[in-house]
Design a protein. Structure first.
Length: 347
């Protein structure tokens, strides 16, 4: 994790200041680099909500970034600091048991199999497997992230593109290969169904005749300048340099098979990642090429470009997966003046 990340903790009520201060003061030495993750937690709201936010964030970083024992120490500290409601203990204990870190401070109040009948009236709801609970604003942010995504019609084929600056769209090289194809291409925004199941009003845009056109066949990406500042109306997406880890969820907003805009949210786990590509199970179809691959913060981590029986780099074994080019690799080939126009996040 980037130790230079900006401090994102908001002004906290007295109770939250106490919680944050106790963690930093009493556990800073033994937690070490784990301190860098704490500023990402929003400590507003009730103490239980703050603890829940903390645990969810730590679970998200448990693979490849945080050492299991450091995670366990902090979770144990949190469990001793105020998760007085049984739901809070159940969540913390589940994580501790899952990683085999230590004996939980309190066990669930449910009879073991074969120990007698269970009183369902006293049985609490549980997290089954992965915690898939999300705040409702997750959906609102997803709808916001969908606005800059466009349908690309090149004539003989279609694809997907998305705005990364007011007049710049990113897509695949194999979708728009050269200036000739770019000149023929039509970029359709708002091509999607509304809540009534009817088609929204589409708006079409074309490229600037003498505008910026950058393409790279090896990375399979093209950056194209549109004739208008379309992003002022439809918004833009941020490009993420965060580490992509095995098991992470990735969402793709796309125009599969030339259909109205859709999103894939389920069975969307990362299966492989290196410095250049990421492979995932997230569903796509022909026409999804060039779509943004987004993390759960709705920032772009890759540009989708391929699917089918793919081999992992360095391996001859084939896997049925989809694949995207990581934004970090794409940003390395862009000129500095172009990079300065983009929103790039790393914390």
């Amino acid at each position: 994790m980037d130790k230079g990340m900006p401090n994102r903790v908001r002004v906290k009520p007295a109770g939250k200041i106490r919680l944050y201060a106790m963690i930093m003061a009493d556990y800073a030495e033994e937690l070490g680099d784990l301190q860098a993750a704490l500023p990402q937690v929003d400590f507003e709201g009730s103490e239980l909500v703050a603890l829940g936010e903390l645990v969810q964030m730590l679970e998200a970083y448990r693979q490849g970034i945080l050492q299991p024992k450091a995670l366990g120490r902090l979770l144990k500290a949190v469990s001793e600091m105020g998760a007085t409601m049984r739901q809070g203990y159940a969540l913390l204990d589940r994580v501790l048991q899952q990683h085999g870190l230590m004996i939980p401070g309190r066990t669930a109040d449910i009879a073991a199999p074969g120990s007698g009948p269970i009183n369902l009236a006293k049985t609490e709801e549980k997290i089954i497997g992965e915690n898939t609970l999300r705040h409702l604003f997750f959906l609102e942010k997803g709808l916001e992230a969908a606005r800059p995504v466009a349908f690309v019609d090149v004539g003989a084929w279609t694809g997907t593109a998305f705005l990364v600056a007011s007049d710049l769209v990113l897509t695949n090289h194999h979708v728009v290969t050269d200036r000739g194809q770019a000149a023929r291409a039509v970029f359709r925004f708002n091509y999607q169904l509304n809540a009534n199941g009817t088609q929204n009003r589409i708006e079409e845009y074309r490229v600037a005749p003498d505008g910026l056109f950058l393409t790279d066949k090896n990375l399979d990406v093209s950056l194209i300048q549109l004739a208008e500042p379309v992003g002022d109306r439809w918004g833009t997406l941020r490009l993420s340099l965060r580490t992509t880890v095995l098991g992470q969820r990735l969402n793709i907003i796309q125009h599969p098979a030339g259909m109205p805009k859709q999103i894939s949210l389920q069975n969307n786990f990362v299966q492989y990642a290196n410095h250049r590509v990421v492979q995932y199970l997230t569903s796509t179809l022909g026409g999804s090429s060039g779509a943004p691959v987004l993390d759960d913060r709705w920032d772009v981590v890759a540009v989708h470009h391929a699917g089918g029986m793919l081999s992992e780099p360095g391996s001859d074994t084939l896997f049925c997966r989809n694949e995207g080019i990581l934004t970090g690799a794409i940003l390395q080939i862009l000129p500095p003046d172009v990079r300065r126009r983009l929103q790039i996040v790393s914390d």
